[in-house]
Design a protein around this ligand. Structure first.
Ligand code: SAM
Length: 294
């Protein structure tokens, strides 16, 4: 195939040839703008020999651009109907491996370590929107040696993820991600860049300087942040003391004060750094982050 995969004509040709139907339930909105495809890979600073984890190959549009830059790509794709198509569109790139499985059921650490020993991983993906948060948490919790993450998500989701304290959009997901790295919006992508066209615009979210360790404090912080945002209108002391932790209210008040946080403040005014300090001062709790927003 000599035309590039982001051409709508090529996608229609592929659909016809293989009888391929877009599956809405799998978030199949494929990129049809070559400038955006190149801009994502530029932003992620992909070069020769980089080890890349991609999620969701589609017909291979982003994957091909990654391969053309010289990256070694391990791509997890759930839809086996795409196999004959991808065999054809990406067959010429020996540096690409498509792994047909639900990424949420994939042991990313062992798959990546066996293919890319001693390499830091760059994640680049146009994510299926129906499982954005679970996929991001799955990647971050997989204990992989991560370099950076560049992922296309819904614009509203990206704005929340990158939001700062004081903003209405600042919530548990903002703190959760910003505790792990530098979060920013790298690129705005209008809905017209996809086929079929979704009802919302998108953005590429960047998470850089990802912390490679996953200390106990982070787990602790996630539980506390979720509790704090579970009742946004209440004071942080009330939100934390009514959440169900087996910790006395006065001990919570003490931990807040030790962290320099006035107990009458609300969750959305507390910075990522303050949450980190609070987590260290807080009596031990164990609850995992499940992606709810609060
Ligand atoms: N990368 C292609 C592009 O940009 O044109 C396709 C992106 S499309 C938004 C998302 C892709 O993720 C689809 O190919 C879909 O089949 C795949 N996908 C959906 N859910 C998945 C899952 N749980 N695990 C792995 N891949 C998944």
């Amino acid at each position: 195939m000599n035309k590039r995969l982001y051409s709508p004509a090529v996608i229609r040709e592929i659909q016809k040839k293989w009888g391929f139907q877009f599956q809405k339930s799998l978030g199949q909105n494929f990129l049809i703008d070559g400038n955006i495809v190149r801009a994502i890979v530029d932003a992620a600073d992909i070069g020769e020999g980089d080890a890349v984890l991609e999620i969701g190959a589609g017909i291979g549009t982003l994957t091909e651009e990654l391969a053309l830059r010289g990256a070694e790509v391990f791509c997890v794709e759930i839809d086996e109907h795409l196999k004959p198509i991808l065999d054809e569109t990406l067959g010429q790139y020996p540096s690409v491996e498509i792994f047909y499985k639900d990424v949420l059921k994939t042991d990313l650490k062992s798959e990546l370590e066996s293919r890319f020993p001693d390499k830091k991983i760059k994640v680049v993906a146009n994510l299926p929107y129906y499982v954005t948060t679970p996929i991001i948490t799955h990647i971050l919790d997989a204990d992989i040696d991560l370099d950076s993450i560049y992922i296309m998500v819904q614009k509203e989701m990206a704005t929340r993820m990158a939001a700062s304290p004081g903003s209405k959009l600042y919530g548990s997901i903002s703190v959760y991600l910003q505790m792990r790295g530098e979060v920013s919006i790298s690129l705005h992508v209008p809905r017209t860049c996809f086929m079929p066209q979704p009802n919302v615009d998108s953005a590429v979210l960047a998470i850089r300087d990802v912390k490679d360790e996953y200390p106990e404090t982070l787990r602790q912080a996630e539980a506390i942040v979720r509790a704090a945002f579970s009742k946004r209108r209440k004071t942080v002391l009330n939100a934390l003391s009514t959440y169900g932790f087996a910790v006395e209210k006065e001990d919570i008040a003490g931990a807040l004060e030790d962290a320099g946080i006035d107990p009458s403040r609300r969750a959305e005014t507390i910075s990522v750094e303050e949450y980190r300090i609070l987590a260290k001062n807080f009596p031990k709790v164990t609850k995992e982050y499940s992606g709810d927003e609060g």
